[in-house]
Design a protein around this ligand. Structure first.
Ligand code: KIV
Ligand code: ZN
Length: 512
């Protein structure tokens, strides 16, 4: 690497998870963490250890698994939070504690009800506790955007002396604009003593749609770490989108004084995985990862691209993982070809049993669908990555009937803890009938918060990927299912969500 490195700190599993309904199970977090590692992010913020035992366990599992990225836990500036974070990251090859406290007058007075002197003392103490566990300690001044400049300099000076190695400057409420944010970063670096001994970081929210622009302005002015999330997921309007930050720095290397070590060809797979797990669909016109990001509609543009790609394209679709719906495998492909293709796509199944099950699903799909694309394979393995012991409810068979002028009906056979049960129901549509039939057997009483269908590839024989979000007793889970029959995909997604509720594989939304 010839230029200084810009560190990419991914907080999809922490700030991203603070998006309403985006709570993830431990296994889901692990899958995303593995993809982030494959993409070569530098730091994975795996969660907020003190938020819940589930969060703690997920961070620990990620710390045990991930070898090529630093694994980080968030902690408020109090002893319990810092020690929980320290315990959670203990198994990590490289572990970081990220402690924070609010520094703006409004937050200190109205939320913390603390005097500025006490806020500085709490921050210093938190950093010292954190240093008992690791020498990689990050400090964030929450709501830095509305904090007094002189107070920021004072608290940063104090935490650097206490042992903080990364100083993060967050625009917690997404209030800044690029010129102001860049100037603030530069002024901090120029005024805080020993600024050259730490890494300066930026963390921007997207309330005004400026998170990426503000982050890049900070980079132009000395920030060497950007905190971001896949698809820009995050609290309220979200965080800076990792894929946009990384591709801006790469595409405009003529302007940026830094480079990242991200393997950009893994970006699309990461985007799809996060979207599928959280149920947050990516808008078609989203930069880099939206379905239309590299599509040319107007005749003039198509003509230009055919003659010379760079007339209308500033990036290569392949560089971010688009394979232009490349046909992957066919009906006659064998188990070995299937396994090799999964490895090529960076998909790792945990056991031979999971591989066999995924291969059986592939054969079943190849019978229904002429061409199997990479996207189909991602969906197949997602289905098979449901841990078998969690599958208390399973779809055995289904029959749906829909006729003009008649109420659609669903007849289902489910296996419940291995025992087959049948149910029949009508509904306002076939999906409604299907969910009613499942509830007639299961009687979960869960509330349906979200139902979304996404065609995985083009064509009427495409698989539909369904996400169902259920809530029960304050617990929220997302279930996924894929099939060429979208009613079957819906049933699978609903059962997947019920299985998570049943197994207790859920967590409460974190409360910061
Ligand atoms: O937005 C924010 O201020 C945060 C901090 C905890 C870094 O997420
Ligand atoms: Zn944030």
């Amino acid at each position: 690497m010839s230029k200084p490195q810009l560190l990419i700190f991914d907080t999809t599993l922490r700030d991203g998870e603070q998006s309403p309904g985006a709570a993830m199970t431990r296994e889901e977090k692990l899958r995303i963490a593995r993809q982030l590692e494959r993409m070569r992010v530098d730091v994975i913020e795996a969660g907020f250890a003190a938020a819940s035992p589930g969060d703690f366990e997920a961070i620990r599992a990620i710390a045990e698994t991930i070898k090529d990225a630093t694994v980080c836990s968030l902690a408020r500036a109090n002893e319990n939070d810092v020690r929980r974070a320290g315990e959670a990251i203990r198994p990590a090859a490289r572990g970081r504690i990220h402690t924070f406290i609010a520094t703006s007058p409004i937050h200190m007075e109205k939320k913390l009800r603390m005097k500025p002197d006490d806020v500085v003392a709490a921050a210093v103490q938190a950093v010292k506790w954190a240093r008992e566990y690791t020498d990689d300690v990050e400090f964030s001044a929450e709501d830095a955007v509305r904090s007094e400049f002189s107070f920021l300099c004072r608290i940063f000076d104090a935490v650097i002396k206490a042992g903080a190695t990364t100083i993060n400057v967050p625009d917690t409420v997404g209030y800044s604009i690029p010129s102001e944010w860049g100037a603030r970063m530069r002024a901090l670096i120029e005024n805080v003593p020993d600024a050259d001994k730490v890494i300066w970081s930026t963390h921007c929210h997207n309330d005004l749609g400026l998170a990426v622009a503000n982050s890049l302005a900070a980079v132009m002015n000395g920030a060497r770490q950007v905190e971001c999330t896949i698809n820009g997921l995050g609290e309220r309007a979200g965080n800076a989108a990792l894929e946009e930050v990384v591709m801006a720095v790469k595409t405009r290397k003529d302007l940026f004084p830094v480079e990242t070590r991200i393997d950009t060809t893994q970006i699309l797979a990461a985007s799809r995985l996060v979207s599928q797990i959280t149920g947050y669909v990516v808008q078609p016109n989203k930069a880099i990862v939206g379905a239309n990001a590299f599509a040319h509609e107007s005749g003039i543009h198509q003509d230009g691209v055919l003659k010379h790609r760079e007339t209308y394209e500033i990036m290569r679709a392949e560089d971010v993982g688009w394979h232009a719906n490349r046909i992957s495998l066919g009906k006659l492909s064998g188990r070995n070809a299937f396994k090799t293709k999964l490895a090529e796509l960076g998909i790792q199944l945990d056991s031979e049993e999971a591989l066999n099950a995924a291969f059986a699903r592939f054969k079943e799909l190849a019978d229904k669908k002429r061409e199997i694309f990479d996207e189909d394979l991602h969906a197949i393995v997602s289905d098979e990555m449901v841990t078998p012991e969690v599958e208390h409810y399973k779809l055995v068979s289904s029959r749906f009937h829909s006729e003009t002028g008649e109420a659609p009906s669903a007849e289902l056979t489910l296996a419940v803890g291995g025992v087959e049960k049948r149910a029949q129901a009508t509904g306002s549509g076939p999906v409604d009938a299907c969910f009613r039939a499942i509830e007639a057997v299961v009687g979960s009483g869960a509330e349906l918060l979200l139902y979304s269908v996404n065609a995985i590839t083009t064509g009427t024989d495409a698989q539909g990927e369904v996400t169902v979000r259920l809530a029960k007793d304050g617990r929220i889970v997302n279930g996924q299912g894929a099939d060429t029959d979208i009613i079957v995909a819906s049933a699978k997604a609903y059962l997947n969500a019920l299985n998570k509720l049943h197994a207790g594989a859920f967590r409460l939304n974190p409360q910061l």
